[in-house]
Design a protein. Structure first.
Length: 361
């Protein structure tokens, strides 16, 4: 679906705002506050929110909710980049800085969950772009979304790289008391030098692992999606071992590896990044991904086998419902997050007895 009235830069109707999408009900905003400078937010009123995943999809879920399009995490490999082209927006820097905000998402979700045709199926979030990206610190849509899901006892899962999820610990705990929830944090590697260039808008890997620890300490089991494993850059035996060791030490309930895949839109942006930062690897990637978006099966099987062997060595595996794992001492005290998205240390709290762990991917 294309939104013909979308504009990439604010007009001159009013400083900082202009009509953007869907006529007069939509505006485009910019903010000069730290953390938002250089970004443009297109506030729209969505017509529907719960999305049916196409039957041909590889995803292991049928229904999703995405309150945002575009993502300030700016991961160069993000498969969702192509979706910005559907809006006639740039899939490179535009994807990172032109964020579509579905401002009516909480109220619309509550309406759709109440519809007679809705049967309470599992809803996955964070599967396209991160629902706890920087924009969430300003718009706060996830609190309304989680409240609606809790009030309808509707099962759900969240995948994120964002520490801002800790702001919603109270809602996650209360939702876990009435329905099945699953939380996964994405940590593909622990190499901070690689992180700074390939995932420049995300919290550092260790901060994400601190989120895993904090969720566990609050009785919310959390798995780790070890994604992406980046060929030639994060896939050596020593790198895989260090990443799995850190995941286990954070108290994760499980680890699921996923090799880098490069769909159209992401492929071109990643190739540009690779040629700038690792030009000696360009020909190796051309060979490895010659047949399409996915790494060869032999490579995927090798990574999966290595990670599973390491997981077994470090004691990683499925946890019993309500029992968050403990593996070694915490790297630092649990975290709390303020409304501005900044985390700080605080003492731990009692576990919640009703949380269960679902596998998102």
């Amino acid at each position: 679906m294309r939104w013909d009235d979308l504009s990439e830069t604010p007009g001159d109707e009013k400083p900082g705002t202009t009509r953007a999408l869907f006529g007069a009900s939509a505006v485009t905003r910019t903010f000069e506050t730290p953390g938002f400078r250089g970004m443009t937010f297109h506030e729209v009123r969505a017509r529907s929110l719960i999305n049916k995943v196409p039957g041909a999809s590889r995803m292991p879920f049928e229904w999703t909710v995405n309150p945002y399009r575009g993502c300030s995490h700016a991961c160069v490999y993000c498969f969702a980049r192509r979706t910005h082209s559907y809006l006639d927006l740039d899939t490179g820097e535009g994807f990172d800085s032109q964020i579509v905000v579905k401002v009516n998402a909480p109220e619309l979700l509550r309406k759709e969950l109440s519809a007679p045709r809705w049967r309470g199926q599992h809803i996955a979030m964070g599967t396209n772009v991160d629902c706890y990206q920087r924009a969430e610190g300003r718009y706060g849509l996830m609190r309304g979304i989680l409240t609606a899901l809790r009030d309808h006892a509707n099962p759900f899962s969240v995948l994120t790289k964002g520490t801002l999820i800790l702001r919603d610990l109270d809602l996650l705990r209360s939702a876990a008391a009435v329905t099945d929830i699953g939380i996964s944090v994405s940590v593909g590697f622990t190499d901070e030098q690689l992180w700074r260039t390939v995932e420049p808008g995300t919290p550092a890997p260790q901060r994400r692992l601190d989120v895993v620890r904090t969720l566990a300490d609050h009785g919310i089991p959390c798995g780790v999606l070890m994604a992406p494993v980046i060929p030639f850059l994060s896939d050596s035996p020593a790198q895989l071992r260090e990443t799995v060791r850190a995941i286990a030490a954070a108290g994760a309930t499980s680890v699921t590896p996923l090799a880098l895949h490069l769909r159209p839109g992401a492929r071109e942006w990643f190739a540009r990044w690779l040629s700038l930062h690792h030009p000696h690897l360009v020909r190796h990637y051309q060979a490895l991904y010659a047949d399409g978006a996915y790494a060869p099966r032999w490579y995927q099987r090798r990574i999966t086998r290595q990670v599973h062997e390491l997981a077994a060595e470090y004691g990683l595996g499925p946890a019993a419902p309500g029992a968050a794992r403990r593996t070694g001492p915490a790297a630092r005290p649990p975290l709390s997050v303020h409304d501005d998205g900044e985390a700080e240390d605080e003492p731990g709290q009692e576990q919640h007895p009703c949380a269960t762990q679902l596998t998102l991917l």
